[in-house]
Write a protein that binds this ligand. Structure first.
Ligand code: 9MR
Length: 438
């Protein structure tokens, strides 16, 4: 058995996402977080980002005026910190799941209550919540939604909310977030205007696309749509991904669902400023979908017994990871040990993990010993690198050099680590690489 040419593959969603430098997130239910240790273990093993499915919404946080209850949010933050995860906050200003008391205010009183809610909540979580859906679902039918907020405060309530948020926690990334804006349409066009407005005032950092999708209906122009927001200088994020199926789901439909998830994750990894993808719940039975859409369900990555679905494998593959191979029979006599690792210099391998025609993704692994590495190779044709992560890259004509960025420089003798990745242009290739240590 030879390990010499094995590449270090990432075998969990989170390790694969970590090596791409993006978030793979999940919406977390507070009750399950408290009471189900398997739920906690699967989430901490597989995800590097969490969002409270309900626990940071206004009706939970401020059920009566001036009485704040952060217990659900605090539990999530503590779980995230124990497991080295980021937290995406959801949400401060929404027409739904807001307490009656605020809906009954008007004018200056409602505006003050909105600002107080944003300020107190964001101050409380300052430093613990990395990004916030400040306003959620504020557009409908191509115009500002006629919500109680709009009626009570007037159309500048959104700008007021983002100004208050910016002041409350200048370190948090501020997002807008909505559903049915995944493709280019009149709703996402209206958001494009709103995003331009807020961005020009320095009040917006990101655009969240919920992506509550129907099987087989990932919009064909989704990548183009996200890219136009990224081109405004914003981060983009898929914030609430699920793909619902008419029940019962057939094997073929589960495979189609896997393709849909894979496509959405690929869209995110294709866009340099995509901060990540969050799925809206862990198991099919945890999802909001069956309660809302009669006869539809099975929209997530896990079955109710915590076994993974084809969609899980597809997301893992789209992130550049793969399942660990099943244990293999060995013919070696007992007592035989592995051959010693190669001594001398380091070696490296480029592996194409995804090729979508107009571009491709490769992961690069280095086998030690090395304390700092510089890799070099030549492109055989018109290839180039359009983006990369975790390496310093210089291209000159057809020759490329890539060196470590410090933390990923040291690899022990015989160890193989996936150290960086890149998006290539031109035909996908796996050229041979020279590795110089030190
Ligand atoms: O998944 C959430 C569900 O448990 C709640 O009952 C519901 C209340 O409206 O909200 C669901 O989450 C929504 C999210 O907060 C905003 N985008 C749509 C989500 C699905 O309805």
């Amino acid at each position: 058995m030879s390990t010499q040419f094995a590449t270090a593959q990432q075998s969990t969603l989170r390790s694969a996402a970590d090596s791409l430098g993006i978030d793979i997130g999940v919406a977390v239910d507070d009750n399950l977080l408290q009471n189900d240790s398997t739920y906690r273990n699967v989430i901490s093993e597989q995800f590097n980002s969490v969002t409270a499915e309900n626990g940071m919404k206004m009706e939970t946080v401020q059920p009566s005026q001036g009485n704040f209850d952060f217990s659900q949010g605090d539990r999530l933050v503590q779980f995230a910190q124990q497991n080295n995860m980021s937290v995406h906050g959801h949400t401060l200003v929404w027409h739904s799941q807001s307490p009656n008391w605020v809906q009954n205010l008007s004018g200056a009183e409602m505006e003050q209550a909105m600002v107080d809610h944003i300020t107190t909540t964001m101050n409380h979580f300052e430093g613990d919540v990395d990004s916030w859906d400040v306003a959620n679902e504020v557009v409908e039918n191509g115009q500002l939604r006629n919500s109680f907020w709009l009626q009570g405060i007037g159309s500048d309530y959104i700008e007021t909310a983002y100004s208050a948020a910016r002041q409350a926690d200048p370190g948090a990334d501020l997002y807008l977030n909505d559903y049915s804006i995944d493709g280019i349409n009149s709703k996402s066009d209206r958001y494009y205007q709103l995003a331009q407005d807020l961005t020009s005032q320095g009040l917006l950092d990101g655009m969240g696309f919920q992506a509550h999708l129907i099987l087989g209906q990932v919009p064909g122009d989704m990548e183009q749509n996200l890219q136009r927001f990224a081109d405004l200088g914003l981060d983009v994020r898929v914030t609430e991904l699920d793909v619902r199926i008419d029940m019962p789901a057939s094997q073929q439909e589960l495979q189609q669902q896997a393709d849909d998830f894979e496509r959405v994750v690929n869209i995110c990894t294709n866009i340099a400023d995509c901060s990540g993808v969050t799925v809206w719940g862990l198991r099919d039975g945890d999802s909001w979908v069956p309660d809302t859409f009669d006869g539809q369900g099975a929209p997530l990555l896990y079955n109710d017994d915590y076994s993974t679905k084809p969609a899980y494998d597809a997301v893992l593959a789209a992130l550049g990871g793969s399942q660990p191979p099943p244990p293999t029979e060995t013919t070696e006599p007992p007592g035989t040990t592995e051959p010693p690792p190669p001594s001398g210099d380091c070696s490296a391998v480029i592996e194409v993990v995804n090729d979508w025609g107009s571009g491709w993704q490769a992961n690069v692994s280095v086998t030690g010993p090395t304390d700092g590495w510089t890799l070099s190779w030549n492109w055989p044709g018109s290839q180039g690198i359009s983006s990369s992560w975790n390496a310093d890259i210089t291209e000159s004509g057809s020759s490329v050099t890539a060196s470590d960025v410090g933390w990923n420089g040291s690899i022990a003798s015989g160890q193989t680590q996936q150290v960086f990745g890149f998006i290539g242009s031109g035909p996908a290739v796996e050229p041979s690489v020279t590795c110089s240590a030190g």
